[in-house]
Design a protein around this ligand. Structure first.
Ligand code: HEC
Length: 189
């Protein structure tokens, strides 16, 4: 019984030194209040954003999640990079802004969709926020694009995104609402 307080104390010391070790040294991105993520997000958005009537910090967080975390561009922009801007060829990265998130990448029989704002509603992929959340939570295909393969979106990693907070989903939705409408080029792998 004499041992117990000593164990508790050493546990506290261990926890404290672990959290120090986990903080990136000298990083200005180490705070997790959303502020710096939002700043980075606004800085890395590859297209001009329409912030009118929107909360810039929420849009910035959405951009951070779309462009620095969730990789939506990988599948929803085709091709990913502008001519001469492919980092995988050692070129300085330049996202294909003209077709940014307009879809058109084929994965076998499945093709990524246009998730830019749709006229006249201005909603991303024409979806309300409630529908957008249902897509991310359950993979619901509101367009019923391929009944032969069943009602659920394939390839799209909704089974990963479904664990995001509502706040993060809202941020992504606000960001997607603020980007310009774009049209895809020819469908291809
Ligand atoms: C691994 C590739 C991939 C990634 C990454 C990806 N998607 Fe998708 N997404 C797809 C494909 C493919 C479809 C169409 C699937 C089908 O037809 O079954 C789709 C469909 C969608 C739809 C349905 C659109 C509609 O018109 O109903 C939305 C919304 C969407 N994706 C949003 C996103 C967002 C937001 C991200 C990033 C957070 C993302 N996707 C990341 C591949 C991807």
């Amino acid at each position: 019984m004499q041992l117990r307080p000593i164990l508790v104390v050493s546990g506290l010391v261990l926890t404290a030194s672990l959290s120090v070790a986990l903080m990136p040294a000298g990083s200005s991105h180490s705070d997790d209040d959303g502020e710096s993520r939002s700043h980075i997000g606004l800085a890395i958005a590859p297209v001009k954003l329409n912030l009118e009537g929107r909360n810039p910090s929420l849009v910035g967080l959405g951009s951070y999640l779309v462009n620095a975390v969730a990789g939506c561009n990988d599948c929803h922009t085709h091709p990913n990079f502008a001519p001469g801007g492919d980092p995988y060829k050692g070129q300085p990265k330049m996202i294909n802004a003209a077709q940014y998130l307009a879809g058109g990448r084929a994965f076998g029989p499945f093709v990524s969709r246009n998730i830019t704002p749709e006229a006249p509603s201005g909603r991303p992929a024409g979806l309300t926020f409630e529908q957008f959340k249902e897509v991310l939570h359950h993979g619901t295909d509101f367009d019923h694009a391929h009944p032969q393969f069943g009602p659920l979106l394939q390839v799209m990693p909704w089974s990963v995104y479904q664990s995001m907070t509502d706040h993060d989903m809202r941020a992504i939705y606000e960001y997607l609402s603020s980007i310009p409408h774009a049209e895809p080029g020819p469908v291809g792998p």
